[in-house]
Design a protein around this ligand. Structure first.
Ligand code: S3P
Length: 425
């Protein structure tokens, strides 16, 4: 599918975003291990989170999938049953890596795979700790999906993960649910902590101290009624657009403001954006609030070190924002090369299509500021965040742009193009 996006003179209005993808995955997986019926309102509408629901069904869990309204009847920690076929994680790295922790603790063998992009994403980062815990996992070329996960009676470990990855942390913690005693995960940089908050809310004994998380195994988890906050990562596209189009005035309501995710807002404020946060409150253990954005970017951006890990999903749209405003340097971002696409390469390819300069390095790039996007045919290369980032670029181009393979956006945000159109004129 090709989308045509026209340049915009204005961006104004108030929107709500689909539920947070990271939270939706975790709540669904934990609900399947809890006792009783969990109802989740505002569940992420993207395909990724529905791949997770499909897998839970294959594992014998009753799931009512009403799009953003979902119910899951958990059967307790030992309630999953052996799947009859290959489990399908679709495009979702979160699904395969986090589910691997759960599958490793079962008394049966499962096979799990996904689409072409997922088949190229490295799995050693979860295979290594799970093997230490006692599971046997067989992968293509010892690292790629499909994975055959031979579940076992796992033993608790104290694991220092070399990569800053919330998916790896979650995988080990999920496996730790099936162990007697204490599972400890130590991270190089504190990553998003939705798993810790969710496990605590469902009744587990889990403590975080800085970059160290300690979970007591074999908890009894109780079903809940939950509402997912809006996805802050999806807000990045609209915030970037508002900051590039002069005179914009945008309100995004009910967004997740978990402090392990809000580096995006601090970063934009540090560059001069006027961002106000209103109506902050607690929603099922997560912070939520409304974001108001106005103004422009006045400084060159620099993303490196721990900030890179915190902003990893937002970097494609921040690259577009940097090019149209005061420029951007991204460092320490080799993880970008192993996302749904090699996002350093796919950002650079699309920049070149619009006549923009970008200097690429193995672990980042430099984008000069104040560049003009020329009307272009952009390509998502099948990556949702690349599709949406370049739809935002099209708003400030000097003519209509085409986004090829635009349907990729539905992996996280099926309503993206209609939401964008409702705000721009
Ligand atoms: C996610 C963690 C991040 C992020 C991904 C979602 C999560 O991946 O890029 O979109 O929900 O835990 P890594 O754990 O690979 O950094």
């Amino acid at each position: 599918m090709t989308e045509i996006i026209h340049p915009a003179n204005q961006m104004a209005g108030a929107i709500r975003l689909p539920g947070d993808k990271s939270i939706s995955h975790r709540w669904a997986m934990i609900a399947a291990l809890a006792e009783g019926k969990t109802t989740i309102h505002g569940y992420a509408t993207g395909e990724d989170c529905h791949s997770t629901l499909g897998i839970l069904k294959e594992l014998g869990i009753e799931v009512e999938d009403g799009g953003s309204e979902v119910s899951i009847v958990g059967k307790g920690l030992d309630g999953l049953s052996a799947p009859k076929q290959m489990l399908d994680a679709g495009n979702s790295g979160s699904t395969i890596r986090m589910m691997s922790g759960i599958l490793a603790g079962q008394s049966f063998t499962s096979r799990i795979a996904g689409d072409e992009s997922l088949a190229k994403r490295p799995m050693q980062r979860v295979m290594k700790p799970l093997a230490e815990m006692g599971a046997e996992i067989i992968a293509t070329d010892e690292k790629f999906p499909p994975l055959e996960i031979r579940g076992a009676k796992l033993k608790a470990i104290d694991y220092s993960t070399p990569v800053a990855s919330a998916q790896v942390k979650t995988c080990v913690l999920f496996a730790g649910l099936f162990c007697e005693g204490e599972t400890i995960v130590r991270e190089p940089v504190k990553t998003r902590d939705h798993t810790e908050l969710a496990l605590r809310m469902f009744g587990a004994d889990i403590v975080s101290a800085g970059k160290v998380v300690t979970l007591q195994g074999r908890p009894r988890l109780a079903a809940k009624e939950l509402t997912v906050p809006g996805d802050l990562s999806s807000s990045a596209f609209f915030l970037s657009a508002a900051l590039m189009i002069p005179g914009s005035n945008l309100v995004i309501g009910g967004v997740g403001l978990n402090p392990t995710r809000t580096a995006l807002l601090d970063y934009l404020v540090s560059l001069g954006a006027e961002i106000k946060i209103l109506n902050v409150g607690d929603q099922c253990g997560e912070l939520v609030g409304d974001i108001l954005v106005r103004g422009t970017i006045q400084k060159r951006g620099e993303i490196s070190g721990a900030l890179t890990a915190s902003l990893i999903d937002e970097i494609p749209t921040l690259a577009v924002l940097g090019a149209a405003t005061e420029g951007l340097d991204v460092r320490d971002a080799s993880e970008l090369r192993i996302k749904e696409t090699d996002r350093i390469a796919t950002v650079a390819d699309n920049f070149k299509r619009a006549g923009l300069e970008i200097e690429v390095r193995p672990d980042g790039f430099t984008v000069p500021g104040r560049q003009k996007f020329h009307a272009a045919h952009f390509d998502s290369f099948g990556d949702h965040r690349i599709a949406m980032a370049f739809a935002v670029a099209a708003l400030v181009a000097d003519g209509p742009c085409q986004i090829e393979n635009a349907e990729a956006a539905s992996v996280s945000f099926p309503e993206f193009y209609s939401t964008l159109r409702s705000l721009t004129s």
